[in-house]
Write a protein that binds this ligand. Structure first.
Ligand SMILES: Cc1cc2nc3c(=O)[nH]c(=O)nc-3n(C[C@H](O)[C@H](O)[C@H](O)COP(=O)(O)OP(=O)(O)OC[C@H]3O[C@@H](n4cnc5c(N)ncnc54)[C@H](O)[C@@H]3O)c2cc1C
Ligand code: FES
Length: 274
C-alpha cells in the first residue's frame, strides 16, 4: 500500500503528547476524548499506540511497559480531538481508563491501513462484536458523510455492553446480545446471515473477536461477497519493527500493524482466526 493510498494516513515521526479533554463511562466501557493539536486526519480502521505520560510501567511487575493499541472511534477535525473507547482487560487498559481531564497521554499514529469503500451500487454492511464496534463507528460516520447508507449490526454480551450502541446516535441498527437483555437474543453473525439473505449486493466490514471474524469470513465466502476484517493482535511497536503481530495469509505472514489491521477476508489463511 503506497503513501498516497486513501486507506492510510501516514503518522508523523515519533510519539507526541496529547491531553485528555474528557472521559466518561458508557455502560461497561469508557470513552476518552483527547486533544491531538495539529495531528493528522486518520482514516477509519486506523489505530494509535497510547501510553499514559505519568504512571506507566508503574505496576508491581513493571507492567504496563509497552504502549497499547487502540482504534480511534471518532475524529473531530474542528477541534483536533480524537475519541477512543476502552474495555479494561489488563494493566494497560486499566491505567488508560483511570485518566482524567487534564492528564496527558503519549500518542503514536495514525497507524496501519483502514477500510476501503465499496462501489456505489454495493451496500456496505457493518458488523461489530463488543469492543470491535470502535472502528465501525468511525467508518459508519465516514460512509454517511459520503451519502452512503450502511446497514449496521452490533453484537454484545449483555445490555451493559450494548449501551455503547448509543454512541451511534439515532442510526438504524440491529443489536444482538448473548443473554437477550437488549435487542435480539443470539450472536451477531446469525443476524448477519439473515440480513444478507434480504440484501441485494453487499460488502461486509467486520471487527470483533476472532471466532466472530472467522464466521463472517465463512458466510461471505459461501455467498461470494467481499469482506474486510479489522484484526487485532498483541502489538509491541505498532509500526512494523518487531514482527510480533503477524497473521498467516495466503501470501505468507503479514504484520497486522502495517499491512492491516484491515485485511480482505479472502487473503486470511484457513485457521488463522481460530
Ligand atoms: C489494531 C487494534 C485496535 C484495538 N482497538 C481497541 C479499542 O478500540 N479499544 C480497546 O479497549 N481495545 C482495543 N484493542 C485491544 C487492546 O490493544 C488490548 O486489549 C490491550 O493491548 C490489552 O492490554 P492490557 O495491558 O490492558 O492487558 P494485557 O494484560 O496485555 O492483556 C489482557 C488480555 O488481552 C489479550 N491481548 C492483549 N493485547 C491484545 C491485542 N492487541 N489483541 C487481542 N488480545 C490482546 C492478552 O493475551 C490477554 O489475554 C485493539 C488492539 C489492536 C491490535
Ligand atoms: S506490532 Fe511490531 S511489527 Fe506489528
Amino acid at each position: 500500500m503506497s503513501a498516497g493510498d486513501t486507506r492510510r494516513t501516514e503518522a508523523p515521526f515519533g510519539r507526541r503528547l496529547a491531553t485528555v479533554d474528557a472521559a466518561r463511562e458508557v455502560g461497561s466501557y469508557r470513552v476518552m476524548r483527547l486533544s491531538d493539536r495539529g495531528g493528522p486526519i486518520p482514516r477509519p480502521g486506523q489505530f494509535y499506540m497510547l501510553s499514559a505520560h505519568d504512571g506507566w510501567a508503574g505496576g508491581s511487575d513493571g507492567r504496563p511497559f509497552l504502549p497499547r493499541a487502540l482504534s480511534y472511534m471518532r475524529h473531530r477535525p474542528e477541534t483536533d480531538e480524537l475519541e477512543f473507547l476502552l474495555e479494561v482487560v489488563g494493566p494497560g487498559t486499566a491505567r488508560l481508563a483511570e485518566l482524567r481531564a487534564g492528564e496527558r497521554v503519549w500518542l503514536t499514529g495514525p497507524l496501519g491501513v483502514g477500510f476501503e469503500a465499496p462501489a456505489d451500487e454495493i451496500t456496505p454492511v457493518l458488523v461489530g462484536g463488543g469492543i470491535g464496534i470502535v472502528p465501525l463507528v468511525a467508518w459508519h460516520q465516514q460512509l454517511r458523510l459520503n451519502d452512503r447508507d450502511p446497514a449496521l449490526l452490533l453484537g454484545f454480551r449483555d445490555a451493559s455492553h450494548a449501551a455503547a450502541a448509543r454512541l451511534l446516535g439515532e442510526a438504524e441498527m440491529t443489536i444482538t446480545t448473548d443473554d437477550g437483555s437488549l435487542g435480539d437474543q443470539g450472536i451477531v453473525t446469525a443476524a448477519l446471515a439473515r440480513a444478507l439473505a434480504q440484501q441485494g449486493r453487499a460488502a461486509v466490514y467486520a471487527c470483533g473477536p476472532p471466532a466472530m471474524l472467522d464466521a463472517v469470513r465463512g458466510i461471505c465466502a459461501r455467498q461470494g461477497l467481499d469482506a474486510q476484517l479489522a484484526l487485532e493482535a498483541p502489538m509491541a511497536c505498532g509500526f512494523g519493527a518487531c514482527f510480533g503481530c503477524v497473521v498467516s495469509t495466503v501470501a505468507g505472514y503479514r504484520r497486522v500493524c502495517l499491512d492491516g489491521p484491515v485485511f480482505d477476508a479472502a487473503v486470511i489463511a484457513d485457521g488463522a482466526l481460530a
